[in-house]
Design a protein around this ligand. Sequence first.
Ligand SMILES: *Cc1c(COP(=O)(O)O)cnc(C)c1O
Length: 393
Amino acid sequence: MNIPLIDLKAQYKSIAEDLDRVTKEVLSSANYIMGKNVIEFEREFAEYIGVKHAISVANGTDALVIALKSLGIGNGDEVITSTFTYFASAEAISAVGATPVFVDVEKETFNIDPTKIEEKITNKTKAIIPVHIFGQCAKMDEINEIAKKHNLKIVEDAAQASGSKYKGKMAGTLGDAACFSFFPTKNLSCAGDGGMIVTNDDNIATIAKALRTHGSGETGQKAYNLLNNINDEIETSKDGDDTVYNALKYYNYLIGFNSRLDAIQAAILRVKLPHLDDWNSRRREVAKIYNEKLKDSNVVVPTVDEENETIYHQYVLQCENREDMINKLKENGIATGVYYPVPLHLQKVYKDLGYKEGDMPVAEYLSHRTFAIPVYPELTENEINYIVENIKA
Ligand SMILES: *Cc1c(COP(=O)(O)O)cnc(C)c1O
């Protein structure tokens, strides 16, 4: 048997007719940037999450960068995040000119440990980015309480948590803004790169919309005024010269980005979104079988807090001799993934921040022991049993 970590071909086959039809429609329409599919997908995603605004962007990393910039975070600021996450969570902080401040995680949930956040807060701290790692929400009540007490903003990194819930509330509704990724391996994915910022805050939405298209036009002007506390009237047209089509488009107010979701990706995501809840429940079913069959073996199964409904972006086990384990599984055709082998406080690029080995013992412990096994919705009973037998052996 040959079992990949994720089977995107199986997913494609299950909805091929719809995907082929909508991509053809976009191709023949020749409307490739913004337009109907992008606007509709933003509306549908906002409705699914239960938020006022959804602003699509080119990828999940840009979503984080633009969300931070929309909150006015930049040079000289500090932003707290987990050390046990994908690099982009911290990279986005650095990209806006701020400094990432790392916090260790909980051994059970792999999520940022709220009891270790307050000791990291300084007078430069502006925000916290909790990462809902492997699809399980971080302890948001505790984190929100700390943020409120110290007047900090919260940007959820929900890249791995499309459809995940915390105390009955959707990931994406638990902070000031939240960021999603539609990278092909994520639970809701497109056929390339894609991302989304969601928020209930009108100002964040306006600034994010402006930043994704070069800070230009009417939205750019509104965003400029918001960021600089200016109450001037918005100019809606430039008088005099009508020779330039949509003159406002060529007036730039901010240094922004070119970071839009392609129309073709939006069309694909509109096909997939209605399937997301079913796919996520199937992942939970697969995980439940693993939990039962592996609980008395010599691997540690993942813990899910009672208040959480996780979506198992990854199903992550721990064992003492990881290298042997993944080599044996590989020999028998079972793919695994190691998330994450290097905690971010020990990444070379951050050596100037002064962290050293031993600073974050839990993340360091986990980084030597965790490995992910296949948990995608299309896995068959046979394949699940085969994986279980091989792990036990
Ligand atoms: C995937 C991911 C991102 C980045 O998303 P991209 O779309 O790949 O840019 C950020 N944070 C986490 C936790 C992720 O898993």
